[in-house]
Ligand binder design. Structure first.
Ligand SMILES: O=C(O)CCC(=O)C(=O)O
Length: 347
């Protein structure tokens, strides 16, 4: 049993709950019972977690008489209906679209991009967008150090593979860009790679704004990124990682330098990725423990390498996990010409 959370029960959903916290285990038990897992299976897991047999018995016997639990059963039923519909639709759609392989295309008209990918919530790599951006030749580490080295940046250091919630809060460091570049060049064995990510909003700052002159937003699909929060700069060494998560709108990832290994799961398989908190999966996608996360066996997983000079379209809601294979520089953005309203369809 990993991290004390039960596994292996049919239809079971893992949670972030941990051993020794009786109430959290009871919440886990109620969640699984409401989701349709047999009471005896849940009872067995609670016993394994160390709860007293009489407490387990009283808890399970009391569930059906509890109006809050009955409401949870109703909600779980509704969620199941929505999930079943999504499964059925995706199943049909997979007969004409390969959800396990990313397409690479060039010369796509604005209309074709919109009708075949953007409007259908389908990812694609475009190979003719980024190749001639001046950034591809100009943004060497020396150039970045000489030009911007004295400016302070905020980056992530020592992020864990799974715990996304803590990642952004507890592992933030502020230092001159030069210091980050030095750290990036020499990551001690066993230490999480430092990563300067979108959250620093580097390109929103006047001192870094000139970097935007080296990128050309293709007018077929993109507006100029004039506004704040529309384009983002990422830089990190091999090993830098972004855990599995989804975004609030459509985004693109323009790969300037280095390769990234990317794993993606369709937006409509949200119920299979163990998303108990925020916009993140609790699963470590570098090495998926399918035995602990059995629902993932039913997911479509695209697994591919984004090469330098490529442009990846990540449709809203698609889950993505990113791992740098080399030193990487990336520009991401959401300045699509078509509506990208970042609707609050998420919690
Ligand atoms: O490139 C990365 O590490 C992550 C990018 C990403 O997840 C995003 O822009 O949403």
């Amino acid at each position: 049993m990993r991290d004390g959370a039960p596994h292996g029960a049919p239809g079971h959903q893992r949670t972030m709950l941990s051993v020794g916290k009786g109430n959290e285990w009871l919440q886990w038990g109620a969640f699984n019972c409401a989701s349709g897992v047999e009471k005896k299976v849940v009872g067995r897991e609670l016993a394994e977690a160390g709860l007293a047999p009489e407490d387990i018995g009283a808890f399970l016997d009391g569930l059906d008489g509890d109006p809050v639990f009955r409401a949870a059963v109703q909600l779980a039923r509704r969620a199941r209906l929505a999930n079943d519909l999504n499964d059925a639709l995706l199943d049909i759609e997979s007969s004409s679209f390969d959800f396990t392989r990313i397409a690479r295309l060039a010369d796509l008209s604005a209309e074709d991009f919109h009708h075949h990918f953007y409007a259908l919530n389908r990812p694609v790599i475009l190979t003719d967008i980024v190749g001639d951006w001046p950034a591809r030749t100009r943004w060497s580490l020396d150039f970045l150090r000489d030009r911007f080295g004295d400016f302070e940046v905020t980056y992530q250091k020592g992020r864990s593979a799974r715990n996304h919630r803590d990642s952004f809060v507890d592992h933030t460091v502020t230092a001159p860009f030069r210091v980050f570049l030095d750290e990036m060049a020499d990551v001690p064995e066993g230490e999480g790679a430092p990563y300067l990510i979108a959250h620093d909003r580097l390109l929103d700052r006047p001192e870094f704004r000139p970097l935007l002159e080296d990128v050309h937003f293709d007018a077929r699909y993109l507006n100029d990124a004039d506004g704040k929060g529309e384009a983002f700069f990422w830089i990190g060494p091999a090993g830098a990682r972004t855990p599995m998560h989804r975004d609030l709108g459509n985004v693109f990832m323009a790969q300037i330098t280095g390769r990234k290994r990317i794993k993606m799961v369709p937006s409509r398989q949200l119920h299979l990725v163990y998303n108990d908190h925020g916009y993140h999966s609790e699963v470590d996608f570098t090495d998926i423990a399918f035995e602990d996360y059995p629902l993932l066996k039913n997911a479509f997983i695209m697994d591919f390498i984004l090469e330098p000079g490529e442009f990846l379209f990540i449709p809203v809601g698609w889950w993505h996990h990113v791992e740098a294979l080399d030193m990487v520089i990336t520009v991401t953005g959401n300045n699509f010409r078509a509506p990208n309203t970042l609707r609050p369809i998420f919690e």
